[in-house]
Write a protein that binds this ligand. Structure first.
Ligand code: 6PG
Length: 249
């Protein structure tokens, strides 16, 4: 399901400025959510790209009141493992910002991936209720050079799951090659806002395939392009990642 509205693309000169702009947008969404609903419910991605953003928000002690933290995906490793997404978010942001543990909703990585996905789906249902489903105020996403997002990889059967909000990905297409749990396109697509933060030359081909290289329409639709929310999906890129896009980059 390709997006209903054209994506909003912002290109900043450097990775730091792209992360900073994404941070400003995150805080705007948080202010609106807390003003309208009394809380801000977000799901974060792992990887290297958002590290500076997470560290900045941690240093500024943001998120300790009224914020609820989930993950878009998780690697099936212990939280202390350097590959752990929740471990990274805790180290860079939640710890320094003194976010209460009750507001942190990690994947249970102490069990096999299928069970971990089942438990995560149950946690989402318990938090959001059975209907209309997990309505995150924001899902913060990245992409790999192959166009994956969260742990939804090209060609994986996880892309076609419609009746679950979290699934296991036993064989991810890129390192770390450990079993994953990922939210499904169904869950991500129910978010009120989806923001992609993507930087670096290694992502430029995937960015062009997703956002608009002429002729890309004839290519297989990459997982990141299938994230479709009611609102326009927002992209924060640096110049290196935007290099192959049509336009003045
Ligand atoms: C993960 C992430 C994943 C990430 C991309 C980009 O668990 O690995 O959720 O989807 O966003 O792989 O990773 P980098 O930021 O390290 O390039």
């Amino acid at each position: 399901m390709v997006g209903r509205l054209a994506p909003v693309v912002r290109v900043l000169p450097t990775p730091a400025l792209a992360a900073q702009a994404a941070g400003v947008r995150l805080l705007q969404l948080a202010d609106a959510a807390i003003r309208e609903r009394g809380r801000f419910v977000l799901a974060l991605s792992g990887g290297a790209t958002p590290e500076a953003l997470y560290a900045s928000l941690g240093t500024r002690r943001i998120g300790s009141v009224g914020w609820e933290f989930f993950l878009c995906d998780e690697r099936l490793v212990p939280p202390q493992d350097s590959r752990s997404n929740i471990g990274q978010v805790r180290r860079l942001w939640l710890g320094p910002a003194s976010v209460p543990e009750a507001s942190v909703h990690p994947v249970d990585t102490s069990v096999p991936a299928e069970e971990a996905a089942r438990r995560y789906g149950a946690a989402l249902r318990q938090f959001f209720g059975p209907s209309p489903g997990p309505t995150f105020d924001l899902v913060l996403l990245g992409i790999g050079p192959d166009g994956h997002t969260a742990s939804l990889f090209p060609g994986s059967s996880t892309l076609e799951v419609r009746d679950l909000w979290a699934v296991a990905e036993p064989s991810p297409g890129l390192p770390p090659v450990v079993p994953r749990v990922t939210m499904t396109l169904e869950a991500l697509g129910r978010a009120r806002a989806a923001v992609f933060l993507v930087t670096g030359a290694e992502k430029r081909a995937a960015v062009a395939a997703i956002l608009g290289r002429p002729g890309a329409a004839k290519e297989p639709v990459l997982p990141a392009k299938r994230v479709a929310t009611v609102a326009a999906v927002e992209w924060f890129l640096d110049l290196e990642a935007a290099r192959e896009l049509p336009g003045p980059y």
